[in-house]
Write a protein that binds this ligand. Structure first.
Ligand SMILES: C[C@H](O)[C@H](O)CC(=O)C(=O)O
Ligand SMILES: [Mg+2]
Length: 390
């Protein structure tokens, strides 16, 4: 069966650009970032534009009218790349040409892509192709990937309230790191005091993690890790910028051996992850399937990680990673991003964009046998098609 049309749509608020939230949201409450060296950008990540791109929705329609849907963080710039460049490799191809389409999209954009926004756009097309193939074959995506290796997913929560996450049955709670090197030793002590108080609230066995969102240097991250070891921090996430593969290798050597070093949500393709795995030696890599290249590339990344003895726990990406994680032995648990503004309730990650998006109950999640990724676009969400190539 052939593909008739590709459409790139944008939506304002919420959706795949999950940082695009109202101002009282925990996810934007004084989070340490690489921009925190500039005081004017410390209080809010939106101040420096973390939500500037917005959500991109890609629809791929087959000649029989079946429509596959993929989403990512790319907004209008991503829509332009899909409509003006990527669509030519998709329209007229067979719905089963997923590998060939990916290779053409990647190689045709090498001169300006390789990572970032272009790979986000390629990921959304790839996810839409897998959704379409599942719908045409009347199978969930996980069945296309070799089938489940476990009955259900276990989730940890990324949250402003690990204490609530424990009550809700999650494996653990990952907190934002609020202070980086620019805030000196006072900031470091404040980070540790926050961890100490949370450890007191959740008890000795509940996982607690820090997400450093690329904000640190090796020296600060080393001091933070050793101070946090007293309160049994399970992992230190994304301490350095993605390109500092050498720094990650040094940090792994310096960190306490019992503490995991994780990273990868802002890395792309098997090539980037090869560098990270060989030079950085993370214990867990966290590719985001909406950004790293989609399912087609995540299959390759995951096999590479498995050969390196690293776990693959994809960055929060809802159904798009759930269907992958449940089919992989080296993905023993998954992330759930608590998108409720106060992190006190479980709400669908991409709300209000998608309908039928499953959420964890008691920290666990079973996937339905619904074809594709099992979600639908919410007809009440206004979508725009800023460009077209017809
Ligand atoms: C919580 C982190 O600062 C970021 O917003 C999300 C993330 O990196 C993660 O879920 O991992
Ligand atoms: Mg993270």
């Amino acid at each position: 069966m052939k593909i008739r049309q590709v459409r790139a749509l944008t939506v304002t608020g919420g959706g795949a650009d999950y940082h695009d939230q109202a101002e009282d949201h925990w996810i934007d409450d004084h989070v340490a970032t690489p921009m925190a060296k500039y005081p004017e950008y410390r209080a809010s990540r939106q101040a420096f534009g973390i939500n500037v791109l917005g959500t991109l929705v890609v629809e791929v329609e087959a000649e029989d009218g079946t429509v596959g849907v993929g989403v990512t963080t790319a907004g209008e710039p991503g829509a332009y790349i899909v409509e003006k460049h990527l669509a030519r490799f998709v329209e007229g191809a067979s719905v089963t040409d997923v590998e060939k389409i990916w290779d053409q999209m990647f190689n045709a954009t090498l001169y300006y892509g390789r990572k970032g926004l272009v790979l986000n756009a390629i990921s959304a097309v790839d996810l839409a192709l897998y959704d379409l193939l599942g719908k045409i074959r009347q199978e969930p995506v996980y069945a296309l990937l070799g089938g489940p290796v476990r009955d259900e997913l276990q989730c940890y929560a990324t949250t402003g309230r690990p204490d609530v996450a424990k009550e809700l049955g999650f494996l653990g709670g990952k907190m934002t790191l609020q202070h980086g090197p620019a805030e000196g030793v006072e900031g470091l002590h404040a980070n540790i005091e926050r961890l100490r108080k949370m450890r007191e609230q959740v008890g000795p066995d509940f996982w607690l993690m820090f997400d450093c969102w690329m904000a640190l240097d090796v020296e600060y991250a080393t001091r933070l890790a050793h101070a946090a070891a007293e309160y049994d921090l399970k992992w230190l996430e994304e301490a350095l910028i993605p390109d500092d593969y050498w720094g990650y290798g040094e940090l792994r050597r310096r960190m306490p051996s019992t503490m995991l070093m994780t990273t990868g949500e802002h890395e792309h393709t098997r090539y980037g992850f090869r560098l990270l795995l060989e030079m950085g030696r993370p214990d867990i890599i966290q590719p985001d399937v909406n950004w790293c290249g989609g399912i087609t590339e995540l299959i390759k990344i995951s096999a590479l990680a498995d050969a390196h003895g690293a776990m693959v726990v994809p960055h929060g990406s809802s159904v798009y990673s759930y269907h992958f994680v449940i089919t992989r032995h080296n993905s023993p648990f998954t992330e759930f991003l608590m998108m409720h503004p106060q992190a006190t309730e479980v709400v669908p990650m991409f709300s209000p964009l998608l309908l039928d998006e499953p959420v964890p109950v008691g920290g666990r999640l079973r996937l339905p046998e619904t074809p594709g990724f099992g979600v639908r676009l919410n007809p009440e969400v206004e979508l725009r098609r800023p460009y077209d190539h017809d």
